[in-house]
Design a protein around this ligand. Structure first.
Ligand code: FAD
Length: 412
């Protein structure tokens, strides 16, 4: 058996699958739906090719790296685009700029049934909305790397956007720098299991007795900070909304319980980046010293890592409201740091999930706790404030008493 990299390190980026000229590599889903390469040894002629393209084995080298990254806070001038994006919509500004030049954009889109995510290549503004917003499950890149290489060889411009490991995989697969390629990676604290995501959508469909026709992890109806998930259904007017404290999938995701195994030891969730531009939510944003006010509709943190990245941002920034921000403020994001749960906790969760199902397993591991509507008001007065903590304690006590009385009623 030939190993490209240890199974636990494999990011599922598809660089090995894409680079093999004999199509000897097939990507097979594991129990949680994460893709892993399987090699047909009869077809394999050069195992070094896939090993050299593997971002788990090495990191790409970037030539035009800036001596020091540049940091911007930004949001899209178009309010609708901003509201439809997870943070400030900086991705849309960069993508539109690329499309206006006749280039192509490759980024993540939901599958038609909203039970999975895959990368697609588009070349028109009309197709851009499907690439917007964060989809919190691993995206399948399929044949995109090969398609990007073909486009670059034809002299076309391409923007690729994805997780840092996917971006590293693409650079290693390409084996050389292309002037016409712009890579954008997101600050990523890990990709959740595709099987669990599909299970969760199926659960919503059973509950609402209708197929999902639209899903958004980052609806900003209430707030950007206090975002909620939103599902719309084909046969129902009813809309499902869950705040990040309440929604089962979001709770498990934010607690890092069902990420890809390699995410727990990710070598790409660090400040040094291999993409031209890095985007994230600007959670640590502070408007002091020349910043714009934070109206809680979403702000992107844009980090330009290379000369190409800086030039692209310069060209696209006319559709953004932006300001520069200090390095110290920009790099506080949790996505740059290690995961909250350990691999052992992940294992325990998954065993429980397989035994009792997702919806019963998540509350056992829940974090943070659900906040009822009346307490949401308090939330806005100060996250993590003493008042909120006291209220949560009180709520736990009330629930304990309710459970006690329910129990004694049953006995009676
Ligand atoms: C799995 C995941 C984890 C993340 N973790 C963090 C974090 O810890 N901290 C933080 O600040 N930001 C995180 N982000 C990034 C953040 O949510 C926004 O995507 C980012 O700020 C860009 O926002 P935007 O408003 O500019 O564009 P948006 O329109 O919101 O984002 C669209 C971009 O996200 C990419 N994308 C969406 N889903 C996926 C996916 N499944 N796989 C690969 N690429 C995808 C698209 O390709 C596109 O480039 C994460 C995103 C994902 C997908």
């Amino acid at each position: 058996m030939i190993d490209i990299c240890p199974t636990t390190d494999c990011t599922g980026c598809s660089a090995c699958f894409s680079i093999c000229p004999r199509h000897a590599v097939t990507l097979i889903p594991d129990q949680e739906g994460f893709l892993h390469p399987q090699i047909d040894q009869d077809l394999c002629i050069d195992r070094d090719l896939c090993r050299k393209a593997c971002p788990a084995r090495q990191t790409p080298s970037r030539k035009d790296r800036l001596p020091e990254e540049l940091f911007f806070a930004a949001y899209h001038r178009d309010e609708d685009i901003r509201m439809a994006s997870s943070s400030g919509g900086a991705f849309s500004a960069l993508a539109s700029w690329m499309l206006k030049q006749g280039g192509y954009v490759c980024a993540a889109s939901y599958d038609d049934d909203f039970k999975g995510v895959h990368h697609v290549i588009i070349r028109s503004e009309e197709e851009l909305p499907r690439l917007r917003t964060s989809k919190y499950t691993q995206s399948r890149t399929g044949t995109c790397f090969r398609d990007i290489l073909r486009l670059l060889k034809q002299g076309e411009k391409v923007l690729f956007a994805g997780t840092p490991c996917q971006t590293a995989g693409l650079h290693l697969f390409l084996r050389k720098e292309y002037d016409k390629l712009l890579t954008v990676d997101i600050v990523c604290h890990g990709v959740p299991s595709p099987v669990i995501f599909a299970d969760y959508i199926s659960y919503l469909e059973r509950k609402y007795k209708s197929p999902v026709k639209n899903y958004n992890f980052r609806d900003k109806k209430w707030s950007w900070y206090h975002f909620n998930t939103k599902a719309e259904f084909k046969n129902r007017k009813a809309v499902y909304r869950g705040t990040w404290e309440e929604d089962t999938f979001m709770r498990g995701f934010l607690r890092d319980y069902f990420l890809r195994e390699s995410c727990y030891t990710c070598k790409y969730s660090k400040h040094e980046r291999y993409a031209d531009i890095t985007l994230s939510d600007f959670w640590g944003y502070d408007a002091s010293d020349g910043g714009f006010p934070n109206d809680d509709k979403g702000i992107s943190m844009c980090m330009c890592n290379t000369v190409s990245g800086r030039d692209a941002f310069e060209s696209a920034k006319s559709s953004l409201i932006w300001c520069t921000r200090p390095r110290k403020m920009s790099l506080t994001n949790g996505g740059f740091f290690p995961r909250l749960a350990t691999l052992k906790e992940r294992q325990a969760f998954l065993e429980e999930y397989r035994r009792i199902g997702f919806d019963r397993a998540v509350p056992k591991y829940m974090y943070p706790e659900p906040v009822p509507d009346d307490l949401k008001v308090l939330y806005f007065w100060g996250r993590g404030s003493r008042a909120l903590k006291r209220s949560r304690k009180l709520l736990r006590l009330v629930r304990k008493i309710q459970r006690f009385f329910r129990g004694s009623k049953k006995q009676a």
